[in-house]
Design a binder for this molecule. Structure first.
Ligand code: SAH
Ligand code: SF4
Length: 345
């Protein structure tokens, strides 16, 4: 199992404060990122098209039992408007994310994907949770090229406790089906979940590496009101979660140099400077939110979400500001994983 054994072998991923190994780890990840995927940072316009969810994930504000959520489904014209904005601002991709909407109309979503592809030429990434093969196939047929489904944690007991009614095997099978259907696949995990150990985090890296992914995203857990984990018991401090997330990103970059990897909104939510920091610790993607504040305000998977009250232009400007402050530049085109560039249209 281990090229990773040689990388910061003594590093406690959940160590509080800066460790002696941190800067060397960061530099190794930054070099690996520059060599494998270059200096471009790709912008993926995030569109949170529905916040309905049938699941009861203990960590997430959109869980079905949370009656305080005002639920919405964006009508197709609103999704298309957001996609057009993303294209006009120079994003190469639209990421369509939602809760596991029990009333998801796959034919309708496929029509929206087709329309986005036809009108804007953006690559389309889907992140609507677990889907059966026939739905994944219909959406692929409609032109969606990427599918994101995070493993959340490689600790199976913790996964089952945090996602009642779900099991890790089904989730992995879903990713495997998507790959077989020709999707570029992405996954990832959360950092700082209650009960999660530094050893669990190491295993997350190894599990993610074993999935041979095109994309991966690691973000800090943020306790959310209206959920059973709201009190933050057994959760490391925000600072420790940010540091642990950056270390995880670095290890992932070193383990899988060609990954497309975002500096996440969750990171920016815990520390406004951390998105820029993420770009120094291995990330090469930012996902500015293209949603209308009227909708995205209610997409509260966790509180205090960065950019919630900003319109798409402000979110985009902040992202580009972070990129350019590092002497890097916003990538052009769809920003496919280098493993797939041969297939680019
Ligand atoms: N419903 C889909 C996608 C939307 S949730 C799914 O669950 O796969 C998108 C991501 O938000 C999840 O994969 C999870 O990693 C993250 N998330 C949910 N609640 C969170 C929280 N409280 N703090 C940080 N990330 C969270
Ligand atoms: Fe629903 Fe996803 Fe939140 Fe779970 S994490 S409650 S599936 S939106």
């Amino acid at each position: 199992m281990n090229a990773l054994r040689g990388i910061a072998p003594d590093l406690d991923l959940l160590a509080a404060g800066e460790t002696a190994e941190d800067e060397a780890l960061r530099r190794a990840a930054d070099d690996a990122r520059a060599r494998a995927v270059g200096d471009d940072v790709h912008l993926r316009g995030l569109i949170e098209f529905s916040n309905h969810c049938a699941r009861g994930c203990l960590y997430c504000g959109l869980r079905a039992p949370n009656g305080a959520v005002r639920r919405y489904r964006m009508p197709r014209p609103a999704v298309l408007r957001a996609a057009r904005t993303a294209a006009a601002l120079g994003c190469g991709t639209a990421v369509l994310q939602s809760g596991e909407d029990p009333a998801l109309n796959v034919a309708e979503l496929a029509g929206t994907v087709r329309e986005i592809r036809r009108e804007t030429g953006l690559a389309v990434t889907l992140s609507p949770g677990e889907l059966p093969e026939r739905d994944l196939a219909a959406l692929r047929e409609a032109g969606a090229e990427r599918y994101l489904l995070k493993i959340e944690t490689s600790n199976a007991a913790l996964f089952r406790r945090l996602r009642p009614g779900c099991d890790p095997e089904t989730r992995l099978a879903c990713l495997e089906t998507a790959r077989r259907l020709g999707y570029q696949v992405g996954s990832g995990s959360m950092v700082g979940l209650p009960g999660q150990t530094a050893e669990d985090l190491r295993r997350d890296i190894e599990t993610l590496r074993g999935l041979d992914l095109d994309m991966a995203s690691v973000g800090p857990f943020i306790p959310c009101e209206g959920t059973p984990l709201a009190d933050g018991a057994n959760v490391p401090s925000a600072e420790t979660r940010v540091r642990a997330t950056l270390r995880m990103m670095a290890l992932l970059r070193i383990a899988c140099p060609e990954l497309m990897m975002p500096a996440t909104t969750a990171l920016a939510t815990l520390d406004p400077g951390a998105r820029r920091e993420g770009l120094r610790w291995g990330a090469n993607v930012i996902m500015p939110n293209m949603g209308d504040p009227d909708f995205k305000r209610d997409y509260r998977i966790y509180p205090g979400k960065a950019d919630t009250d900003a319109g798409p232009e402000a979110a985009w400007r902040r992202a580009v500001g972070a990129i350019e402050s590092l002497g890097r530049r916003a990538g052009r085109g769809p920003g496919h994983s280098p493993r797939r560039r041969g297939e680019e249209a």
